[in-house]
Design a protein around this ligand. Sequence first.
Ligand SMILES: [Zn+2]
Length: 468
Amino acid sequence: MRIRALVSGLALMFAAFQVLAASEVQSVRLWRAPDNTRLVFDLSGPVEHKVFTLTAPNRIVIDVEGGNASKPFEQLALENTPISGLRSGKFDNNTLRLVIDLKAQVSPKSFTLPPNQQYGHRLVVDLFDQDADSPAKLPVTTTPQTPATPVSPTLPAIKLPPLPSSKRDIVIAIDAGHGGEDPGAIGPGKVYEKNVVLQISKELQRQINAEKGFRAELVRTGDYFIPLRKRTEIARQKGADLFVSIHADAAPRSSAYGASVFALSDRGATSETARWLADSENRSDLIGGAGSVSLGEDQMLAGVLLDLSMTASLASSLNVGQKVLSKMGGITRLHKSRVEQAGFMVLKSPDIPSILVETGFITNPSEARKLQTSAHQQALARSIHTGVRQFFHENPPPGTYVAWLRDSGKIASGPREHVVRSGESLALLAQRYQVSLGSLRTANKLKGDVIKVGQTLQIPATTLASQP
Ligand SMILES: [Zn+2]
């Protein structure tokens, strides 16, 4: 009897203690993405919360049960955000009220995140911009009062010349891994994977855009989080012919080094490292917080599509992956000399060939150092670019400028080597292959223009497509 009373007394005390142990809002951070704004409140412990909107003036209210904010929030950079201010106050004894003042319409979504390697408990509030094309946001136009000029019936019909056959660009979606709440791997001296891979991605974009017939689109343009499924969706919206995800991850062993290239596997991983990396990449949504995104139906649909069209795009993925890998082998050590496969969520686009490039292990001190230098970033981008270009010169999608180049004999398919025959000069070959004399010399490490009959020359197919 007495023991039972004691136990229930303890339970009561424990419950009371739980209520009293308020979670302190320690700081607030803001990430601006192209179509949403994320506010992250760092907390000393888990909380319950609810979110609602109020009008006149427009604001979002977050009631945090058991929350406390004993010091004022730091100044946030609110330019280019829909937020005009942030304040907090006690709503009642047990409720902290956070108020986000708005200068534009948004739809809020909120959730909590458990601690990760970088942050503790968090309350995340995503504010999605209202669609620019939604009627509510269209500017009010006034009807002109002057009568419209009637169209003259005597105007001759304009006959348009036939349009030239379209020669569209090949689109490469470059996906810089992680971002925002998800730092990716953290190397010695607090090197964040998310920052290094964005720099490499931007350099790769610059290089690809400098080449006629190609266009590179960044999936992530700044420091914000994008859920894995959304990344493939963005690539599809941009009309991508290829999806390249750029990473620089941790390894199970810190001694691991070297670059690797991965493609999707629906059957399991080709190595332990591949499996380990895929598992760690796939955790990104948990770390960065994809919110309440439900993947149930989506995954089932993806499964069906995978069976239907994955085979073709997987073959392409392996092909382009192998080319990128062999070019990377020229500038950095490789972890494995063949493309590895594992169940990477971000590579699950059934119709877009997709590869994931691990540029090196950021947990390896010497690789971490190299990965931060612009010289190495440029070299990595160049090797990825060269592999991608080679793949598309051999396999140009129909209707593209590169397909037109190939069909009009301006790109040789297959390996580009030339065995010098009698009577040929370097200048003549440069003209025939439409490459510059300089690039021909460089590709063959020639000091002058002297070539010998029977000599094998490397023809840089690379400069072909960049010439109009
Ligand atoms: Zn990564």
